[in-house]
Write a protein that binds this ligand. Structure first.
Ligand SMILES: Nc1ncnc2c1ncn2[C@@H]1O[C@H](COP(=O)(O)OP(=O)(O)O)[C@@H](O)[C@H]1O
Ligand SMILES: [Mg+2]
Length: 350
């Protein structure tokens, strides 16, 4: 069993930059947890502390039942995959894969056998005798993955491993990583700033904001019940609309659906807003002046503003037939509305 437990882990650089401000987290054996958040929120710092590449300022890190605070990276039984591959350029793929095993005195026959099965599962058997420079970016990324896999570590740590790949390859590799992680059932921590990658990969998502955990949950939990406005706008694209019912906003909320006080913000996702169809019993309704529309394939996003200037975006299927600079009315059902208090925290119905 190789779960990972973080207890009130903190990191300050040079005494004044508090990069991680107290993170506690339980990662189960075999689970794939994704750390996601904007650039600079502390994702790499946290991952590097788990790896042992960065000392922790305080707290406790436990991997597979051992407190590893004082252990060197090589003693922690983890393997890391970075975005810049970090392959040895003068070694062949086979030598790159074998290197870490030779250092651990794994017998030669077992090294051969592990390389064969790893190369097969990653479909890199044909490149084993090539040098990294003779490989494409995607192939190098597979080799980097392979080097982690042959080690058979207690945990994989990924730091934005797909950032250097083009969009199409990134999606392919994302699916591949998910498949491999499932079949190996190795505990994994995966760092990305890409909420789409995070949503599709994660068993559980950890949203970090300025060195603190904002929310932990399955992708669907975070999508459907974001705990804060930060999570609400970070997860989902385009972002959830956050609207203030001001005197001139023309927002109409049916009685019984209003939560919180005067400082309440209403959240509604672009896909949950619909052009009004005349039905009178809707929970939420607002007039929007249409300013722009983007066709993104099977659907369009319409961008506009409320009477008081607040920006709003909603989704329509197919090509938008809505004329620019006209007014329309959009509505939302009670179940699709989110409410946040003046501090940005979710309000639940009593
Ligand atoms: N070696 C360092 N010295 C000082 N500050 C650092 C160092 N490494 C990271 N930081 C700071 O810590 C914060 C978190 O950085 P990082 O973990 O790299 O963020 P992320 O990976 O989420 O983009 C940032 O404010 C960054 O500037
Ligand atoms: Mg980083």
């Amino acid at each position: 069993m190789a779960g990972i437990t973080l207890k009130d882990v903190r990191k300050s650089y040079g005494g004044n930059v508090d990069a991680i401000k107290g993170v506690s987290l339980d990662i189960s054996d075999g689970e794939l947890v994704v750390l996601v958040g904007p650039s600079g929120c502390g994702k790499s710092t946290l991952l590097r502390m788990i790896a042992g590449l960065e000392a922790i300022t305080s707290g406790e890190i436990n991997i597979g039942g051992r407190i590893v605070n004082r252990l060197e990276p090589s003693e922690r039984d983890i393997a890391m995959v970075f975005q810049n591959y970090a392959l040895y350029p003068h070694m062949t793929v086979r030598q790159n894969l074998a290197y870490g095993l030779k250092n651990r005195n794994v017998p030669a026959a077992e090294i051969d056998q592990r390389i064969q099965s790893t190369a097969r599962s990653l479909e890199i058997e044909a490149f084993l005798e090539r040098k990294p420079r003779q490989l494409s970016g995607g192939q190098r990324q597979r080799v980097a993955m392979g080097r982690a896999i042959v080690r058979e570590p207690a945990a994989f740590l990924f730091d934005e491993p797909l950032s250097n790949l083009d969009a199409k390859l990134r999606v392919q590799m994302r699916v591949e990583i998910k498949r491999l992680q499932r079949s190996l059932a190795t505990t994994s921590v995966y760092v990305t700033h890409d909420q789409m990658e995070a949503m599709t990969l994660a068993d559980r998502l950890v949203v970090l904001n300025s060195g603190r955990i904002e929310q932990v949950g399955t992708p669907i939990e975070l999508y459907e019940r974001p705990a804060t406005t930060f999570v609400a706008t970070f997860i989902g694209s385009p972002s959830m609309n956050l609207l203030k019912p001001t005197e001139t906003s023309t927002i109409a909320l049916s009685p019984g659906n209003r939560l919180g006080g005067a400082d309440t913000t209403i959240g509604v996702r672009p896909e949950d807003l619909h052009l009004a169809d005349g039905a009178s019993d809707v929970a939420f309704r607002v007039k929007v002046r249409v300013q722009a529309a983007e066709l993104v394939g099977a659907e369009s996003y319409v961008y506009g503003a409320l009477a008081d200037g607040q920006a709003v975006v909603f989704r329509v299927s197919g090509r938008s037939a809505i004329a620019m600079d006209t007014e329309c009315v959009v509505t939302a059902s009670a179940g699709s509305l989110h409410f946040f208090d003046g501090h940005g925290n979710r309000i639940e119905p009593a």
